[in-house]
Design a protein around this ligand. Sequence first.
Ligand SMILES: CC(C)(COP(=O)(O)OP(=O)(O)OC[C@H]1O[C@@H](n2cnc3c(N)ncnc32)[C@H](O)[C@@H]1OP(=O)(O)O)[C@@H](O)C(=O)NCCC(=O)NCCS
Length: 150
Amino acid sequence: MHYHIRQPQTRTEFKHYYHLRWKLLRAPWNQPEGSESDDLEAQCFHLMAVTNGGDDKNKVIGIARLQFNSHSEAQIRYMAVSESCQRQGIGRELINRLEQRAKQSLHQTMVLDARENAVGFYKKLGYRTSKKSYRLFDAIQHYRMTKNIC
Ligand SMILES: CC(C)(COP(=O)(O)OP(=O)(O)OC[C@H]1O[C@@H](n2cnc3c(N)ncnc32)[C@H](O)[C@@H]1OP(=O)(O)O)[C@@H](O)C(=O)NCCC(=O)NCCS
């Protein structure tokens, strides 16, 4: 899989970025389009993985967002990779790039609420589980995870 990671920039790129977020993280639980975004989008750092070549050139296949909770803490949200592209290192690279961005602004701690199915993924990348957090749509248990990036 040949792809690159970059920030969405144009209206069309953001449209594809949010659409994949909805498709992977909201549609399976019958949530309407529009439910995938919140009030903080404009203040956040967004990344997407995009295919390089072939018939599917410029297809968005991975997404992730970094929000800044305080001077020291940054939070990963809305992280997902298209099913057919999972387990190829794309998720790891998205997280690495979010951590780099957080370090640039001198943030020291990364936090996230991981879906139960993704806890093992974040553990591989050095995140530690601290506690159960919330249940989304009355169905998906989340776990608070943290990593020191100093
Ligand atoms: C979780 C997710 C983002 C991982 O992305 P990915 O591109 O498949 O992950 P990578 O290929 O970069 O995996 C990095 C490492 O984590 C492991 N890994 C990936 N998914 C895993 C999982 N669900 N459980 C345990 N380990 C996992 C990989 O095997 C790899 O390990 P290795 O370095 O020993 O080979 C992706 O599976 C996904 O989008 N899931 C559905 C949506 C979701 O749950 N998002 C998270 C919301 S909190």
